[in-house]
Design a protein around this ligand. Sequence first.
Ligand SMILES: NC(=O)C1=CN([C@@H]2O[C@H](COP(=O)(O)OP(=O)(O)OC[C@H]3O[C@@H](n4cnc5c(N)ncnc54)[C@H](OP(=O)(O)O)[C@@H]3O)[C@@H](O)[C@H]2O)C=CC1
Ligand SMILES: CCCCCCCCCCCCCCCC(=O)[C@@H](N)CO
Length: 327
Amino acid sequence: MAAISTLFLFFIIFLVSLLIILALIVRPRSVKIPIKSRHVFITGGSSGIGLALAHRAVAEGARVSILARSTEKLDEARRSIQLATCVGVATFSADVRDFDAVSKAVDESGPIDVLIVNQGVFIGKELEKQSHEEVKFMIDVNLVGSFNVIMAALPAMKAREGRGPASISLVSSQAGQAGIYGYTAYSASKFGLQGLAQALQQEVISDDIHVTLLFPPDTDTPGYEEEQKKRPELTSIIAASSGSMKTKEVAKICLDGIKAGKFTVTCHYIGFLLSIASAGMSPQGSFWVAFIEVMFGGLTRLVSLVVQSQWYKTIEKWSTTKKGIRS
Ligand SMILES: NC(=O)C1=CN([C@@H]2O[C@H](COP(=O)(O)OP(=O)(O)OC[C@H]3O[C@@H](n4cnc5c(N)ncnc54)[C@H](OP(=O)(O)O)[C@@H]3O)[C@@H](O)[C@H]2O)C=CC1
Ligand SMILES: CCCCCCCCCCCCCCCC(=O)[C@@H](N)CO
């Protein structure tokens, strides 16, 4: 009995020491990013998650600018925000693939406090059915386009003085944490954002700029509605492991995560598990989450192996049925 209590005591001492050590070492330290009365610039802000983020940011008292290609969709977005909040937003029509056009828009909009790089395109297809143009399109808009936006905004963000902590956030996807059937190019473009964000955070931390990566699951946006009509059934089956969410809900979680200065933002418990399983060299500002990563890293790896085995079973079943149909 005495041995068991001693063992238990040692275990408690171990847990408390681990928590204290983590509280001392986690970097970069979390800071609160204010939104009220600050300039929030959202790319892809005319539809879906970006538009919902714009609605929320305006409702919380921010000065909001949105950028996208279609002027019609931008006008429609401006009208809907005006109607809901009685506040206007500035709109900029530019393609993120065109650095000069993005630069012009960013300069016109004025110094940015919170940059949300959200634009994204997705064409789910097996690679052998995908054209080179489609692959290049996704990499160019999702990854190179994100570089263009950040490179256009960074000089003025760094030069801002006495304006408080700033934020650069990037909308990735759960398909940017795990490679998913049908998403070779899309996953590659989103995995790229992880490297960009980790390296960038080290470069801008001295300027009090905080990088956030957002990882939504399937979300019921106009873009997703279109995608669903065409993507391979296996993609939908595998993506269903994580369910789907409402755009407004996702936008709320994302904006709250940005305001809390988190590096990684997930949208529900499966997303959280996925972030623990794929933590790697990701910065971590919360000692509580770091504690979970250390204590449960192995266990979540086991869960991820079980999930993978389900996915491969489904793929096997599909390919045998298909072969059966062909012969
Ligand atoms: N919906 C989902 O299931 C999920 C989405 N995501 C990610 O969230 C982000 C938003 O997606 P979602 O809201 O669904 O997308 P939507 O298709 O609904 O909206 C995309 C937005 O991006 C803009 N956009 C697209 N291409 C460009 C471009 N070349 N230059 C400038 N703006 C552009 C669009 O406007 P326009 O066409 O006029 O340029 C639009 O405003 C994307 O990065 C996506 O990958 C992540 C996980 C799940
Ligand atoms: C510990 C392990 C837990 C494992 C659970 C893993 C579940 C992963 C599911 C991935 C779903 C991908 C959704 C892509 C959404 C998206 O970006 C498209 N709709 C395009 O917009």
